[in-house]
Each structure stands twice: as structure tokens, then as C-alpha cells.
Write a protein that binds this ligand. Structure first.
Ligand SMILES: Cc1cc2nc3c(=O)[nH]c(=O)nc-3n(C[C@H](O)[C@H](O)[C@H](O)COP(=O)(O)O)c2cc1C
Length: 352
């Protein structure tokens, strides 16, 4: 009986962790919020969606910010009418699939940028009960008006205790500010389910970590895979799969050596150099230490093998099988997991 309840507790813990996914939704007109999101994504695992206006090429700042002002005034005059909000492109990631949503937005005339207001007007009800973090970028103005806009559009979210304000005077400390903000709001607790794989090139094995998103999970289900990868541009190797993977594209801006990305819906790309890019990708993961990756991949086409690495979490997701194989043992009210020859105690997993 005690064993059954221990199994149950372990499974509950896993289910909770697996649903703890984070979505970052951002708008950026001049690139500041894009840079913030790129830094944020180095520090947390998240799916990213960029909100884009349907009408392209508009100059919101022209004529002393006339258009930006007009869009905000239209919203202010009738905030409950959908037609008050500028149209945006369709968004293919849904807040409903996430436990945490982080909004990154510019400030316009001390209010939330009109384009981001359009998005929140559309998804406000989907965000009810979700943990919501807010990051605002301005030149210098304080963000209380943006916070008020966010609460008007998303009244029922579970707001993080601290918002993050990045402005021109503290922008050079963006990385440290984000790190402090993540810790203050306990947003790093969603990283518990990172999936490890091995990327094997010739005789060298590069451990890699998959992103916590649908694309990475779909990729993991294909493993093991040996791909004949084609050289491109002296910085990447790519391979077109026979089938598509789910997408959640964003523009990383800077590609890091070791990034494993999906281009379109079916092209696996392994980057071995760091460089600036205007292309959009979906993140699959990254090689943990890419320092000798370029050398291993060489300058031509190359065969690369991707293999799953079983983790303690995976052992726990099939506890019966793991127990039969002696990898999962219950003793004296504790769960012991044996993984790669090491035995770990799962403290706190068992409720007496
Ligand atoms: C239409 C418009 C209005 C703005 N109004 C303000 C303002 O009132 N106060 C301020 O400090 N910055 C203002 N800004 C500057 C942006 O908030 C700031 O440059 C921000 O970092 C831009 O983010 P982005 O590059 O991601 O678009 C305004 C920018 C635009 C385009």
C-alpha cells in the first residue's frame, strides 16, 4: 500500500513539472525588446512568439510620433472595442498551453505599445490564472502606465510580484537585471524537465540540452537519428527531415555556436559558429559545450548522430519498468533512483 502511494506521489511530481512551460510574447519596433528577449532566452527555457503588426513598414515615430500617438488615442477612446486596436499577424502559440507567460513590450507615451495591447486584448481571457511576468523597455519614462494597461487587458492573471523596467540608463546591465528578476519571481523553477541528448560527430560525443517546447519533444521522439548534414556558409550543417515538426519561430538575432534549430518546419540546423542573423527559427536545443564542435564537424558535409540520454526523470516516468530493472528502489520511506551507476535520493518526493 505504501509502495502504491509512493508511486503516485512520484508521478504527481513529474506531471506538475512537465506542464510548467513558459511562453515569452514580445513586440519590438526598434530592436530593444528583441535584445532583451534574446538575453532572457539564454537564462530560461521558453517558447517565444514575436507579435507583428499586420500593416508593415509604418513609421510610428514620424512627425513627432504622430502615428504612435494616434493608435494609442484610438485605444484610449474605446478600450473595449476590438476595432480600436491595430490589427496584428496571427499568432501560432497559445497561452493556454503554458503555465507562465512573460510579456516584453516597449513603452509608448508612458503606455503599453499599441501593437502589444492588440495581442493582450486578443488573449487576455486565455491568460486568466497564468503566472504573468512583465518586462518593459523605455527610453527613460517610468512604467506604471504600462503596468496599468497590462492589468486592464489581463485582469485575472497571477502577476509576478516584480516587474522589470529596462531603460537607456540601465540597458548595459540587461543580463544582470534579467537574472535578478528571474530569481526574484522564481521563474527559474520551470527548468526542471530539461531533456539531455548526445550529438555524436565521428568519435566525439557532445552532450546537448533540448528546449522545453513541442518542437524539441517531437524531435526527441525521432531519436536515435543519424543525419547526413550538408555544409552551408561556413557556419552551419543542415538536413531536411521527411516529415514536419511543430514550429514556434522567433528571430534569435544572434546565433550561438552549438545552437540546434529548426528552419521552416522540417530542416534541422546545427550551427557551429556564432554570428548575427535576420532569419527566423524554432529552437530545438543547444550543445552544452561547443568549443570543439566546429573542428569535429569540419568544412564539408558530415554524418551526425543524435541519441537520447535517459534521465532520472525519464526513469520516474516509467516507474514500474524502472523498478523491475532495479533502477528505482523504495526503502525506508525514500525513493532511490539509480542512473549511470550513481544512486540518487529523491528527497521530498514521498509523502508519509
Ligand atoms: C511611438 C513611440 C513613443 C514612445 N514614447 C516614449 C515615452 O513616452 N517615453 C520613453 O521613455 N520612451 C518612449 N519611446 C521609446 C521606446 O519606449 C524605447 O526606445 C524602447 O526601448 C523601444 O523598444 P523597441 O526597440 O523594442 O521598440 C517611444 C517610442 C515610440 C516608437
Amino acid at each position: 500500500m505504501k509502495r502504491i502511494s509512493l508511486f503516485f506521489c512520484a508521478l504527481c511530481a513529474i506531471t506538475t513539472a512537465a506542464s510548467a512551460k513558459t511562453l515569452v510574447a514580445y513586440y519590438s519596433y526598434t530592436g530593444d525588446c528583441e535584445a532583451i528577449v534574446n538575453e532572457l532566452c539564454k537564462q530560461i527555457t521558453a517558447d517565444v512568439v514575436r507579435i507583428e503588426p499586420a500593416e508593415k513598414g509604418l513609421k510610428y515615430e514620424a512627425n513627432n510620433y504622430a502615428l504612435g500617438t494616434q493608435l494609442l488615442n484610438t485605444i484610449k477612446a474605446n478600450p473595449d472595442k476590438a476595432s480600436s486596436y491595430p490589427a496584428i499577424d496571427p499568432v501560432n502559440l497559445y497561452p493556454a498551453d503554458y503555465s507562465t507567460v512573460i510579456i516584453v513590450t516597449p513603452l509608448w507615451w508612458s503606455q503599453m505599445a499599441a501593437i502589444m495591447q492588440s495581442y493582450l486584448f486578443q488573449v487576455g481571457s486565455e491568460l486568466a490564472g497564468k503566472k504573468l511576468g512583465l518586462i518593459v523597455s523605455s527610453a527613460s519614462s517610468g512604467i506604471s502606465g504600462v503596468v496599468a494597461d497590462c492589468k486592464r487587458l489581463v485582469p485575472d492573471a497571477d502577476y509576478c510580484p516584480e516587474n522589470l523596467w529596462i531603460h537607456n540608463s540601465n540597458r548595459s546591465s540587461t543580463s544582470a537585471l534579467i537574472a535578478g528578476w528571474i530569481t526574484a519571481n522564481q521563474l527559474n523553477q520551470t527548468q526542471t524537465t530539461s531533456m539531455q541528448i548526445n550529438v555524436i560527430v565521428g568519435g566525439t560525443t557532445f552532450p546537448a540540452t533540448l528546449a522545453d517546447n513541442e518542437t524539441a519533444r517531437a524531435f526527441a521522439r525521432l531519436l536515435p537519428l543519424t543525419l547526413q548534414m550538408t555544409e552551408l556558409n561556413g557556419n552551419e550543417k543542415y538536413h531536411y527531415l521527411d516529415s514536419s515538426l511543430p514550429t514556434g519561430t522567433y528571430r534569435p538575432g544572434t546565433i550561438q555556436a552549438g545552437d540546434l534549430m529548426l528552419y521552416g518546419s522540417d530542416c534541422i540546423v546545427l550551427f557551429y559558429k556564432t554570428f548575427s542573423s535576420t532569419y527566423s527559427y524554432t529552437r530545438i536545443g543547444a550543445v552544452n559545450n561547443p568549443s570543439s564542435l566546429a573542428q569535429a564537424l569540419g568544412s564539408g558535409n558530415v554524418s551526425v548522430r543524435f541519441e537520447a540520454v535517459s534521465t532520472a526523470t525519464e526513469l520516474l516516468s516509467s516507474p514500474l519498468q524502472a523498478q523491475q530493472q532495479g533502477q528505482l528502489v523504495f526503502h525506508d520511506g525514500q525513493i532511490f533512483v539509480t542512473h549511470n551507476g550513481q544512486t540518487y535520493t529523491l528527497t521530498g518526493a514521498a509523502k508519509q
